[in-house]
Design a protein around this ligand. Structure first.
Ligand code: PEP
Length: 253
């Protein structure tokens, strides 16, 4: 069974409510016959999640949270639960993004707990993994990614694993304009699929592995034509409808 490509825009700390609604409307109007052939999601800031989901209703655009807390409720100032994301209209939640890991101290153990909370709330986790430049230069890429995948997804049975998307995002490629070559991406994606097979057996063949890191209209098609690259997690280029739509369309060619 071929895997349906999955492209998600990570808007990070960009877009007010009004801007988010406008962008979702432009995306929905521009999808054309790609709708239903490529899975498409956007991850607005929390403040715009509900409005974006309402603007996306009836279209093929799905909404993701950029982060989540693992507890259901409580004294966790600034945090948002998985049930809150689901009620606001999310279908997915991003966890383990390198900015969360580097700037906010997110650990593999926190990723594991967040994945569990998302699944329990009926949301699909997008679990980001990837090495820093120093780790790549030290030849530690596969070791780092192996640890992040095994620890972030520890304890999931095959059914739960099958609901996860993994996003391979080399940290040195995020927001830098430097993209991994398609061969570099394919090498790590194939390694991730091997780990997923060891963890969950044949369900690994159905799990989407997105590439992220300076994906643009010019390189999206080449990256997503690799056998184990099943879509993209897109930061900067997801903020303009024209660029994001071109990337989504690149998934089909
Ligand atoms: C990201 O933040 O997930 C990302 C891949 O960013 P960019 O596309 O801007 O490199």
């Amino acid at each position: 069974m071929p895997r349906t490509k999955f492209v998600c825009g990570n808007w990070k700390m960009h877009k007010t409510v009004a801007e988010a609604v406008q962008l979702v409307k432009e995306l929905a109007a521009g999808l054309g016959d790609v709708a239903g052939k490529v899975q498409v999601a956007v991850a607005p800031p929390f403040t715009a999640v509900h409005a974006a989901a309402q603007a996306a209703a009836g279209s093929a655009i799905e909404v993701a949270g950029q982060d989540v807390h693992w507890e259901a409720q409580g004294a966790f100032t600034g945090e948002v639960s998985a049930a809150m994301l689901a009620e606001a209209g999310c279908r997915h939640g991003i966890v383990g993004h390198s900015e969360r890991r580097q700037l906010f101290g997110e650990t593999d153990e926190a990723v594991r707990k967040k994945v569990g909370a998302l699944l329990a709330a009926g949301l699909a986790p997008i679990v980001c993994v990837g090495e820093t430049l120093a780790e790549r230069e030290a030849g530690r890429t596969l070791e780092v990614v192996d640890r992040q995948v095994r620890q972030g997804l520890a304890g999931l049975d095959a059914g739960a694993l099958g609901r996860v998307t993994v996003a391979y995002e080399p940290v040195w490629a995020i927001g830098t304009g430097k993209t991994a070559t398609s061969a570099q991406a394919q090498e790590v994606h194939a390694a991730i699929r091997k780990i997923l097979r060891e963890m969950g057996g044949s369900v690994a063949d159905a799990i989407r592995i997105q590439y992220g890191g300076s994906v643009k209209p010019e390189n999206a098609q080449e990256l997503m034509s690799q056998p184990d690259v099943d879509g993209a997690l897109v930061g900067g280029a997801s903020l303009k409808a024209k660029d994001f739509l071109a990337i989504v369309k690149g998934a089909l060619r």
